[in-house]
Design a protein around this ligand. Structure first.
Ligand SMILES: Nc1ncnc2c1ncn2[C@@H]1O[C@H](COP(=O)(O)OP(=O)(O)O)[C@@H](O)[C@H]1O
Ligand SMILES: [Mg+2]
Length: 318
């Protein structure tokens, strides 16, 4: 783990915005993309979003995400083709530009969450048909589903909230054709099962996650990110059973820390974002770094430097 001094020092150096003079720029909540011909240069910034809002930046978060995704793209390339061409910098991925399928494939192994689109929020409100999955009575918060469930959502335009939807409705609305949708389901489940089994060796549970897919020459391609602490929840495995049976929250290794901190301040997505103190940013950064180290089994390596200058330098080489 990086020292507190390094993390504190990096608060001044976080990567918030980029403004490169290449291609056509697209700004997501966390990533800035530059599309040049059939390639997409994706820069993962240090921005953190929760409840669909950008909150602030965290030291080294962009590098954690980019390197975690890179690790998984490599490990899962035999399950499904992905968009990776090159990783020229710790925060940068050169990807194949795909035709985006406007659906997020969410896979959930456990009944949990705090946001209004989460499985637990809906279950607690009495909903038993969640995106076409019929859930049994009497389940408790954080309980494992008998089998992982698929709860897709639409990919909303910037500023809007994503909407839960069933597979049937996705096909009916023509968001993607049926054969491809079926393939998205089976690939998403295979990726989730692979990921969950993989992290089990490192004492983690992959609680839930989301995948995005694109099409290239009619072929299904995994895009965006995979099994990162932004797109997934991770819990510590060996303490889960005991905490669950005592009605306690699991040990969380993801941005649930930040969501919970905000929720405790009364913020769940609407209105003014509470200002986030440096201690909370550092604690959150540590959780991201811990997630990287536990998921990959590698030490996280970074130093205090101007990230944008380093990126520009590395891009010159390609
Ligand atoms: N290979 C790709 N081809 C086309 N679009 C992609 C590809 N990889 C990622 N994207 C898109 O780039 C954007 C990445 O930015 P991000 O900050 O993750 O956006 P969001 O706010 O939608 O989560 C997303 O809209 C994602 O769908
Ligand atoms: Mg995204």
């Amino acid at each position: 783990m990086l020292s507190d001094d390094i993390l504190k020092e990096q608060l001044k150096n976080t990567l918030d915005k980029t403004n490169l003079n290449i291609g056509k720029k697209y700004e997501g909540k966390v990533r800035d993309s530059y599309v040049i011909d059939n390639k997409r240069l994706i820069i993962t910034t240090d921005r953190i979003s929760a409840f669909d809002r950008v909150l602030c930046t965290l030291p080294f978060k962009g590098q954690v995400l980019n390197q975690t995704a890179a690790f998984w793209f490599e490990k899962t390339k035999d399950i499904v083709k992905n968009h990776v061409i090159d990783i020229p910098d710790p925060n940068v991925l050169v990807a194949k530009e795909c035709e985006l399928i406007p659906v997020e494939m969410v896979i959930r192994g456990y009944l949990t969450g705090v946001t209004t689109t989460s499985a637990w929020y809906n279950y607690e409100k009495g909903i038993r048909n969640f995106c076409g999955n019929i859930l049994p009575e009497g389940m408790e918060k954080n309980q494992k589903f008998e089998k992982p469930i698929i709860t897709p959502s639409t990919k909303a335009e910037k500023g809007a909230h994503d909407e839960s939807i069933s597979g049937e409705e996705i096909v009916k609305r023509g968001l993607v054709d049926e054969n491809i949708y079926k393939k998205m389901e089976s690939v998403a489940l295979a990726l989730y099962n692979f990921g969950n089994q993989y992290v089990a060796k490192n004492n983690l549970i992959l609680v839930d996650t989301k995948y995005e897919f694109g099409l290239l020459d009619g072929e299904l391609i995994l895009i965006d990110e995979i099994h990162t602490p932004d797109s997934s929840r991770f819990w510590v495995k060996d303490t889960y059973d005991e905490l669950f049976s005592n009605n306690k929250e699991p040990q969380k290794l993801d941005k649930e820390y930040v969501r919970q901190w905000l929720a405790d301040k009364g913020f769940i997505g609407e209105g003014k974002i509470p200002s986030i103190p440096d201690e909370v940013k550092i604690e959150a950064a540590k959780r991201y770094i811990t997630a990287y180290e536990m998921i990959t089994g590698k030490d996280f390596e970074a130093k205090n430097e101007d990230i944008l200058a380093r990126i520009e330098n590395n891009l010159k080489k390609i």
